[in-house]
Design a protein around this ligand. Structure first.
Ligand code: S3P
Length: 170
């Protein structure tokens, strides 16, 4: 069985929805940011600040490759799409799903969670979300499946994702 890999902007719900899907499908769930933090012994903001973004991205790529080779659900960090090698690795593992959220939805969600995101700890955070979304839209669009997310319950979005991707399949 292939894995299901969720990509999308910060605040699009990758972790919550990924966990819900894994529960329904009864497969392991891996949250890449958490894996990085656990294996390196530091939080993502700490790693970003102390090592710089590019070194963080090196660790992110490395930890993605080191995940167990098993059928599972993987929630990635929003920037995993920036490296072409990560796409090769994600496609090798299974189906890639973009959880697409509008700027309006992201703005509401990130207002609360943004201080945990090193890219958004600035006063002009909303402009930055817009700029990141614009820059990454062509990258996220390379996903195999696109599912729009808004304010539905995670279980509802999880069902949409499973229907749209026909995953898990035999
Ligand atoms: C990032 C997203 C974050 C985390 C890091 C960088 C990004 O993960 O990997 O702060 O570049 O979009 P989430 O998408 O889970 O917030």
């Amino acid at each position: 069985m292939q894995s299901l890999i969720l990509v999308g902007m910060m605040g699009s719900g990758k972790s919550t929805i990924g966990r819900a899907i894994a529960e329904v499908a009864e497969v392991p769930f891996h949250d890449l940011d958490r894996v990085i933090a656990r294996n390196l012994g530091h939080t993502v903001p700490w790693l970003f600040e102390r090592l710089g973004e590019q070194t963080f991205r090196d660790h992110e790529a490395n930890e993605l490759r080191q995940l167990p080779n098993e059928a599972c659900v993987i929630a990635t960090g929003g920037g995993v799409v920036l490296r072409e090698d990560n796409w090769t690795e994600m496609r090798r593992r299974g189906k890639v799903v973009w959880l697409r959220a509008s700027l309006e939805v992201l703005a509401v969600r990130l207002e609360r969670g943004r201080m945990r995101r090193p890219l958004l700890v600035h006063d002009d955070w909303l402009e930055r979300v817009q700029a990141i979304l614009d820059a990454r839209t062509p990258l996220y669009s390379q996903a195999d499946i696109i599912v729009d997310v808004s304010d539905e319950e995670p279980e509802v979005v999880a069902r949409h994702v499973m229907e749209a991707s026909a995953w898990p399949s035999l």
